[in-house]
Structure formats: structure tokens, C-alpha cells
Design a protein around this ligand. Structure first.
Ligand code: FAD
Length: 379
């Protein structure tokens, strides 16, 4: 029998934050994680080329939330890092999000001010007051040419659905810059943890009241777990209920096949991330990890990302059908006492890292009537 005051399924952001918060108020916490490492999808490690790489895709931290920024700074030092993304379109490498340079290069123009850019965009986009789907949302934002070159095929590769088959909200999020700003995010805080994410999680989970049990699937030991005050589950919600509402239509997830290779050259590409939005290749992007933090190495590691329907669930697929299925599971989840569904997979909703931190801190605050996060030690 496994006993603890608080049982947490999953050692990603949601699970780790709740474990730390409960440990700080004196609870004994047991974290059960099916993988052989902590840190969930943020997990990183030093590879054979001496480069810090992320196992589940590049993770760039960005937030406007002061409380989250304070929380992560208590557990690691961070260095400022403004992420940039380039996209290979035709034979050019263009900035993403779309900005003046992107438009000038694709259309051979000489736009040089925000006013000109806004005017050009208004003349070249298709206006939809209430876009009905992702295609209309994208046409409304960027117009037909950039939609075709940069978003249509990329969306298909990413979701195995064309934009018209997805909610408008998915492509409504496309940021468009009216200036030359090449930063991928515009949040106040944009940073990477010194020493990597895994070290951050080691610090968060390093409290003596926390026990972490790796390589253990909760569903294999479920019957051994009794006597807890609260259980927090951060895995896929449909799995918790044995897929009972998924007999006809299952809740869809997208996964990624990460194909890593060593290239015997100092640098492979000029930027950490290069997207491939066209249908001339199957992968969505190539990541060269040594760019993050300007790491030095003789050889380099590059990872091609192929989005797929098989494998670990990473991205919930946002459309009306999946939402309806999820709502049925949510009714079941809400009916359970002392079991809480936290995080991206348990809520069937994509969260950035800062949202995952925030949601876990807020949940602790609500359940324990604690207006501030619990801390004892500071870095
Ligand atoms: P997870 O990190 O998925 O943690 C859940 C954990 O539960 C996992 O470790 C899993 O193994 C474990 N688990 C599940 N089922 C069981 C079970 N039955 N038994 C035991 N353990 C179980 N966010 C950003 O802000 N910036 C980025 O650049 C960024 N890049 C991303 C890139 C990719 C490819 C992906 C997929 C996500 C990215 N994110 C990014 C989002 C970020 O990864 C999430 O916000 C974060 O991981 C959410 O944490 P979580 O705890 O909810 O889930």
C-alpha cells in the first residue's frame, strides 16, 4: 500500500508545483510518474555532443505574470532569451511572426513604416467579421498569398486537418507585426533557466516531504493507493475514465516524432528554429539546440519534428467534436470528490508553461485558501 497525504500523478509543471506547495505546508506528497524522468514535456538533458537538448521539443519560457515569474525565479536562475523563428518559404528564410520584412520579401515591396504596412494589409487581407473556421481566420489576418505559402500546409502537417476543418481560434492566434520586430513573443519576461529545465524541476521537487516514484504508471498501482486527502491527476482525462465516452469517436491528440541527428559541422542553420511551412517536406521544423544560450561544440545536434497522430499525446485537437467529448469527461471529473484534474492533458487544453504554473498555483490557492504561494527557501 502506498500512503501519502497528497498523491500527484505526473511530474510535469502542474504536478511539480502542487507537490512543492503542499510539501511547504507540511503535507507528505507522493508523485507518481510513468516516464523515467521528471519535468514532463519540459525535460532536457546534455547529449553526446555536449549540447543541452529538450527531449520533447524546444521550450521557450515567456510570461507577463509577475507571480509566475517570481515563482520560477525562486527555483532557478534565468537568463534573458528572446526567441526568434525563421520560416523557409520558397528559397528565402523569413521572420515569423509575419512582419514588414516577411511581406517585402514575398511580394518584392519596399514597405518601410507601420502606416504603410497597415494599409497594405487592409488591401490584401480578406475581411471576415466573425471567422467561421481557421481558414477564414487566417485569410482575415494575412490574406490569400501568405495563407497559402505559410499557413495552409503547415496547419495540415501540424493537425492533419486543413484550416477550414479547425476552430477559428486556432489560426486567429497568428500574430502579425506591423513593424520589423523579429521576436517570436512579446511578453515582458522571456528567459531560459540557467542549467536547464530539469534542474529547475529538481529544485521544485527537492523538498524532503516529496517522494517521486518514476517509471510507474498510476493505472498499474491505482488499487494500492488509499487514505489520501487529495489526488491530483495531470494525465489525459479520457484515460482516467477508461475511454468510456470514446467508443464511437475518440478524443484526438497530436503527437510529434522527434528525429535527432548529429551533423559534423559547427552550425547547421543560422537560427535555433527554422519552420518549413510548405508541403515539399514532411517535417514541420528543424531545431538546432546549440543556439539556445549560445552553446559551443565542435559538432551540432539537429532535430526534425514530424507531427503525427500516433504516440504520446502532446496537443489536444481543438474543434467542436472533441470539445463535446471532453465536456462529457468533465462532468465525470467534476463529480469526483478530492480528485482534481490539472494541466494540459487533464483539461484537454493547450497551455503555455506560464499558464500551467499559474493554474497550479491558483488551484492550490483556492483549495487551501492561501492568497500567496507557499515558500520557505529562496534561491
Ligand atoms: P506535462 O508536462 O505533459 O506533464 C504530465 C506528466 O504526467 C508527464 O510527465 C506524463 O508522463 C505524466 N503522466 C501522464 N499519465 C500518467 C500516468 N498514467 N501515470 C503516471 N504519470 C503519468 N510552452 C511554452 O510556454 N513555451 C514553449 O516553447 C513550449 N513548447 C512546447 C513544445 C511542445 C512540443 C509541447 C508538446 C509543449 C510545449 N509547451 C510550451 C507547453 C508545455 O510543455 C506545457 O505547458 C507543460 O508541459 C504543461 O505541463 P503539464 O504538467 O500540464 O503536462
Amino acid at each position: 500500500m502506498r500512503k501519502a497525504d497528497i498523491i500527484i500523478i505526473g511530474a510535469g509543471i502542474s504536478g511539480a508545483v502542487l507537490a512543492q506547495q503542499y510539501a511547504e505546508i507540511g503535507k507528505k506528497v507522493l508523485v507518481i510518474e510513468k516516464r523515467n524522468h521528471i519535468a514532463g514535456n519540459c525535460y532536457d538533458y546534455m547529449d553526446g555532443n555536449g549540447i543541452l537538448v529538450s527531449k520533447y521539443g524546444a521550450h521557450l519560457f515567456h510570461t507577463n505574470d509577475e507571480q509566475v515569474w517570481d515563482y520560477v525565479n525562486r527555483h532557478s536562475k534565468w537568463y534573458h532569451w528572446e526567441h526568434k523563428v525563421l520560416a523557409k518559404v520558397d528559397e528565402s528564410l523569413l521572420p515569423i511572426p509575419v512582419n514588414i520584412t516577411t511581406v517585402n520579401t514575398i511580394f518584392g515591396l519596399t514597405i518601410s513604416s507601420e502606416i504603410e504596412m497597415k494599409k497594405w494589409l487592409d488591401q490584401n487581407r480578406e475581411t471576415y467579421l466573425n471567422p467561421a473556421n481557421g481558414k477564414e481566420a487566417a485569410l482575415n489576418k494575412v490574406g490569400a498569398v501568405r495563407y497559402e505559402k505559410m499557413f495552409r500546409h503547415y496547419t495540415k502537417k501540424q493537425w492533419d486537418k486543413y484550416p477550414e476543418e479547425l476552430d477559428a481560434s486556432v489560426l486567429d492566434r497568428i500574430p502579425v507585426r506591423m513593424n520589423y520586430d523579429v521576436r517570436y513573443f512579446s511578453d515582458t519576461y522571456q528567459a531560459l533557466p540557467v542549467g536547464g529545465y530539469t534542474q529547475l524541476f529538481e529544485a521544485i521537487l527537492g523538498h524532503p516531504n516529496i517522494e517521486v516514484q518514476l517509471e510507474t504508471d498510476f493505472f498499474d498501482i491505482k488499487d494500492e493507493i488509499t487514505g489520501y486527502e487529495k489526488l491530483f491527476y495531470t494525465g489525459p482525462i479520457d484515460r482516467f475514465f477508461e475511454f468510456k465516452h470514446s467508443l464511437e469517436d475518440k478524443l484526438e491528440y497530436r503527437s510529434i516524432n522527434f528525429v535527432s541527428e548529429t551533423v559534423d559541422t559547427e552550425y547547421f542553420q543560422e537560427n535555433s528554429v527554422v519552420n518549413y511551412p510548405g508541403n515539399e517536406v514532411d517535417f514541420t521544423r528543424i531545431i538546432e539546440y546549440k543556439h539556445f544560450g549560445n552553446q559551443k561544440s565542435e559538432r551540432t545536434t539537429v532535430v526534425k519534428e514530424y507531427t503525427t497522430g500516433e504516440g504520446d499525446p502532446y496537443y489536444p485537437v481543438p474543434n467542436a467534436k472533441n470539445q463535446q467529448i471532453y465536456e462529457k469527461y468533465k462532468v465525470d471529473a467534476d463529480a469526483l470528490i478530492d480528485v482534481y484534474f490539472v494541466g494540459r492533458l487533464a483539461n484537454y487544453k493547450y497551455f503555455n508553461m506560464d499558464q500551467a504554473f499559474k493554474n497550479a498555483l491558483d488551484l492550490f490557492g483556492i483549495l487551501e485558501s492561501s492568497p500567496e504561494p507557499a515558500f520557505k527557501k529562496a534561491v
